[in-house]
Design a protein around this ligand. Sequence first.
Ligand code: BG6
Length: 519
Amino acid sequence: MATIQMKVSPEDLSQVPRGRERVPDPVIMTIFGASGDLTKRKLLPALYHLQQNGLLPDKFQIVGVARRPLGDEFAADMRDGIIQFGGVDKSDPKLEDFIKKVSYFALNFDDPGHYAALNAELERISSEKGIGNHRLFYLATAPEFFTGIIENLGAQGMAQTDKGHIGVVIEKPFGHDLKSARELNQHVNSVFDERQVFRIDHYLGKETVQNILVFRFANGIFEPIWNRNYIDHVQITAAETIGVEGRGPFYEKAGALRDVVQNHVMELLSFVAMEPPPSFHAESVRREKLKVWQAIPSIPILNAVRGQYGPGIVEGKRVPGYREEERVDPESGTETFAAVRLEIENWRWAGVPFYLRAGKRLKKRATEISIQFKQPPLLIFNRMAATGPCEIQPNLLTIRIQPDEGIALRFGAKIPTTPDMAVCPVVMDFNYAAAFGRSTANGYERLLLDAMLGDQTLFAHRDGVETTWALYSPILEAWAAKNPEVFPNYFAGKWGPDCGDRLLEREGRAWRNNLGKPE
Ligand code: BG6
């Protein structure tokens, strides 16, 4: 297989100007729901990576907030998380300094009196450390607490920007359907101005996702063919091998369509399908994404399928079915796999099907986008066309979001030494790790930094959230009204249910299941 050679050396890379990497003003980041997994596994390791790269202000404080009465053990737990999940050496001399900037405040989310005390605590830290009035509130709690927290912050005057920058970062899920998302948006905007709101979709923090825009718009050769004249169809897969990992009660109410398709997969789709924005400013990028989502006609229910895994073997290990997972209804109708076929009715994409799927306990962990180009006329090669691996195949561009991040292009080449023009598919492959080295970043670094800097480009706007919910709410309602007859309908460790395959087969196509490999 051909590989892409880097045109620059690591020394050249270190010379690249890092103009946008401004250091935020001194700030206190208050994390609500800080005793949950996200803080330890992702947020604190990401903040530490920022500190290692000199991207945090000297005056900085993290205040973990949760209901449990934790004291110093919180900071110790965060230290363990940074080591375990951040790839940091425990003897790293800067770690202790960083941990000194981590404190904890026990608070009952529903108790207004506790917010007055929290406010006083933030004021105290701020004057003791000379931090000023820049605050970022990070909502990493279960979604049912979002409204109460926002209301209480508002009531205490903690959202007011007259003294300094105040922002609120909201983790997903942002609503569970159109109605609830609208209500939540209204509620958030009654306290915070939209410019203060940072709705997180952690997929946008992934380098490979941001690179879709660079790949499309910083190269001259792809954009002219990036349309319905040349592209046959697009597939986006977000496949996981893990199950629900102890999150049964959450997942029971979510399911694959809500949990991953409506947000992460739709973000990927918007980057693949959007028009070039005039700049990378938040307004420009968000406007182009919104136009893509708005151009999607409602999805007929026959173009959406669902599945649920039964017991099976994943990566060589026997695993239970979804209904046997901890705190899951033994007769659950929640989908752990969802696939949809949609179209984008605009001049660039009309008539090009987009097939999206997401699922848990699938055969392989891989998030990938594949763009299949139309087959050119092959009459001149027909006599020699082979079948099997050497069959002439249409060009295929695959963007491997994770793992084994990279981009591959398949094209036909003449098989050497054959007297006739026999063609065989070959692949040009670009592999991130080989080109740039492995990174320990988890994607939250960029998002946290941008939120501190007030840059909303990689965050969801309320209009976008409501538009994607408007597309999926009718499907969710139809599914809720009718329990699936045959759940579970796929074995753990397979590529999902047969109905998922039929979505493409009925149009003479098939899912690309050779994921993770350039093909
Ligand atoms: C989260 C979902 O948003 O994304 C999880 O709630 C899912 O269920 C996760 O496992 C996938 O993220 P990643 O980065 O591992 O692809």
